[in-house]
Structures are given as C-alpha cells and as structure tokens.
Design a protein around this ligand. Structure first.
Ligand SMILES: Nc1ncnc2c1ncn2[C@@H]1O[C@H](COP(=O)(O)OP(=O)(O)O)[C@@H](O)[C@H]1O
Ligand SMILES: CC(=O)OP(=O)(O)O
Ligand SMILES: [Mg+2]
Length: 402
C-alpha cells in the first residue's frame, strides 16, 4: 500500500493549527486547532471529518510539544494516529527560510540548524515551527518531514524590490533584505484568482491582500511575486492585529534615546502591542466593526488607519505591475469583513476598481468576484488554504523521492 496521507502542522507563536489530508483527492480527514498555548486557558478543538463531530478540551497546555502530543492522541482516537502506515509525510509551515530555502525541503539536521539560525529575524514564529518539527520527528523518526517556507514564493522578487537602500556590503553581511512572508498563501491565492478569471496564472497580474492577524500585500506578475509588503521580518507593511507595520525607523531611535526603552521593550511594543490592538485595544476586526457601528472614536480611527494603509499598497502595487487584472482579498479579515473590502476599494474608480455592494455582502466559502461586471479590474474574495498548499507541496516532494 502506498501511503497517501499528509499531516500539515502550522505552528504559530501561541497556536497550533493542523490538518490531515488524503492526497488521492486532497480531502480532509481531520482538522483542528490548539489555541492559547502557554496560558492557563488553552483549548484544543479537533474535528474528524468522518463524523464531523468536534471534540473540545480546555485547560493549560504549556508548550507546542505538549500541544502536538495532545493532537496525536486525538488523531489516534479516530484511528488516524501518527503511527498509521498510511501517513506519507508531515508538512510543516516554516515562516522564515531566509535566502537559503527557495523550495520545500525534506528536513534533516542541517535544515534544522539553518531554521534555528533564522530565529532572530522571525522571533515570534521560527521557534514554534522548530518545536513542532522536533516533536513530530521524535514521534515518527522514520517519516519524511518537509518544511514549506513562507518566504519561498517571494524569492522571485527583483533586487530593486528586495533590497533596502543601504550599503549592500553591510546588508549582505547581516543578510538584510526584504524576504516577505505568507508566501504559501500569496502563491495559492494568486493561482486561484487566475482560475476564477478563467485564465492561466502566467497570463494575469494580481494584487493579493492577505489580511489575517498578520497581514501582507503582494504584487504577482504572471504567477511570480515581484514585490511584497513584509520585509526582513513580518513587522513591515500593513497595519496588523498587534503589529504596527510601516513606520519611520527613526521612531525606534526616539524610543531608545528619549523614551529610555530597551530594544526588547521596543520590539514587544511594535510586534505585540501595536497595530489595531495598540490603536484601540482590540485586534479582532469583528469587535472593531461592532465598536465603529456604536460610534466608538478610537475604533473608527484604528479602522481608518488600517484601510488607509491598504489603499496605499494597492496604489503602489498597481504602479509596480503597470497593469492589473485582479485584486484578491483573503485570510480571516479579507474573506469575512465586507466593510474592510468596501472601504479599501472606495474611491479607486479612477484605477478601474469598484465593489458591487450586493456581491460584496454575499457570505460564502467559495472564491467569488465582488466587482461589477463592467469593472476594468476584477475584485475578488479568494479563500486561502495554506494547509492544502503545504500538503500538496509536501506530497509532491515525497512522491518524487520515493
Ligand atoms: N467574520 C469576521 N468578520 C471580520 N473579521 C473576522 C471575521 N472572522 C475572522 N476575522 C478576523 O480574522 C482574524 C484572523 O485571521 P486568520 O487569517 O485566521 O489569522 P491567523 O492565521 O494570522 O491567525 C481575526 O483576528 C479577525 O480579526
Ligand atoms: C508571517 C506571519 O505574519 O504569519 P501569521 O500571520 O501567521 O502571524
Ligand atoms: Mg495566517
């Protein structure tokens, strides 16, 4: 029997999302999520698709290792355990792959060392990714484990977009450049957008707006990324749930010199206590919209700043691409918040962009157009599926090897 199943692990800073897929038809056998890892109020939600019945457990889960072991137990209860001979591989989302990893990679000790070396440029993400990999390897040492990097899709960027305007010798010494993140999502969504338009990815130019807790924009020219908003780390670019996105780098000197803050304090402030949360105390767009509707001024200002930043990136990437076929909204906010989509595109008729109010209000899990039929540029909602993309890339690589 050829094993055809792939377990995908997406370890975030405080969460572990997972899916078990059967790659014969890309169907899901189980999906789940461990949230608030490291807190007293952790929660595991596990759904085997055969019954569709979600099981939940609450109580402290100290770290990603404990979380993954709990997930393995849940899978085993459904006869889908990690010891199954049908499991072909485990695919891991790894956020930072630097310049070294441009493709999905089978994990060995040297790959682990390289991911570890990149921790300083992805402090919120790479440590959790590493724990997920180490724990999975300990549970199934014989099984191929594949790393799929957020940065890989962006390695096609030209130097003019990837380099900051600093001395290249200094930049190279410290490996400073724009790497970009959420690449698996940008790749998947730009391809699905082309499919929605009935065209090949090589025929279309797409601006992808990945608006989740972390958020990033990308300019995709004929299937290749030519620019993206996140940089050396996932801090640059759009306003995010708790990250500031773009700001004058001199703000950091000012905090250090005038505010007498340490580098760690500034790092925490900009990564964990800024963005929507820093502006109004909430980082969930549902809550922010509710407050805006009630007339809350701080929430309204946070929303306006968030939208203004998205608009700037749409304009910038329109200019980078020269000609745009579609703007695609994706991830938690992009897929669900009609108000964000409407506001981000409002006033851009001059660029050929518009949203049809009725189409925009439709709730659906399918990729769909929300622009009027007459629009020059398509505006689309395209649900992302990082797990499916990771599973596909993992299975393709393992299949090639065996
Ligand atoms: N129905 C909704 N309306 C508006 N925003 C939503 C809705 N559902 C989810 N979101 C937003 O999506 C965010 C999570 O997005 P997601 O892509 O799952 O993030 P991540 O993968 O970074 O954890 C939430 O913080 C919330 O702001
Ligand atoms: C890279 C990044 O920002 O990831 P996430 O959105 O999962 O935090
Ligand atoms: Mg995400």
């Amino acid at each position: 029997m050829t094993p055809t199943r792939v377990l995908v692990l997406n370890s975030g800073s405080s969460s572990l999302k997972y899916q078990l897929l059967d790659m014969r038809d890309s169907s899901r056998l189980a999906v789940g999520l461990v949230e608030r890892i490291g807190e007293q109020t952790s929660r595991l939600r596990h759904t085997p698709l055969a019954s569709g019945e979600t099981r939940e457990q609450s109580g402290p889960i100290a770290d990603h290792e404990t979380a993954l072991k709990a997930v393995a137990e849940e899978l085993a209860r459904d006869g889908l355990g990690l010891d199954s001979p049908e499991l072909a591989a485990i695919g891991h989302r790894v956020v930072h792959g630097g310049m070294f990893f441009t493709e999905p990679t089978v994990i060995d000790d040297s790959v682990l060392t390289e991911i570890e070396r990149l921790i300083p440029v992805a402090p919120l993400h790479n440590p959790a990714n590493l724990t997920g990999i180490r724990t999975a390897r300990a549970l199934r040492p014989d099984l191929p484990q594949v790393a799929v990097f957020d940065t890989a899709f962006h390695t096609s960027m030209p130097e003019s977009a990837a380099r900051y305007a600093i001395d290249p010798r200094i930049a190279d010494r410290y490996r400073i450049r724009r790497y970009g993140f959420h690449g698996t999502s940008h790749a998947y969504v730009s391809r699905e957008t082309a499919r929605l338009l009935g065209r090949a990815p090589e025929e279309v130019n797409v601006i992808v707006l990945h608006l989740g807790n972390g958020a990033s924009a990308s300019a995709v020219e004929r299937g290749r990324c030519v620019d993206t908003s996140m940089g050396l780390t996932p801090l640059e670019g759009l306003v995010m749930g708790t990250r500031s996105g773009d700001l004058d780098p001199a703000v950091i000197f000012h905090f250090a010199r005038v505010g007498d803050m340490s580098m760690d304090e500034i790092d925490t402030l900009l990564n964990k206590r800024s963005g929507l949360f820093g502006l109004c105390g909430d980082n969930d767009m549902r809550e922010i919209r509710r407050r805006v509707d009630e007339g809350d001024e701080a929430a309204a200002l946070a929303f306006d700043i968030y939208i203004h930043r998205i608009k700037k990136y749409i304009g910038a990437y329109y200019a980078v691409l020269g000609q745009v076929d579609a703007v695609a909204f994706t991830a938690g906010v992009g897929e669900n918040a009609a108000a964000v989509r409407a506001a981000a595109v409002a006033g851009l008729e001059g660029l050929g962009l518009a949203v049809d109010e009725e189409l925009n209000a439709v709730r659906s899990d399918d990729a769909r157009l929300i622009s009027p039929a007459s629009a020059r540029v398509a505006v689309a909602v395209v649900p992302t599926d990082e797990e499916l993309e990771i599973a596909t890339q993992t299975y393709a690589l393992v299949g090639k090897k065996s």
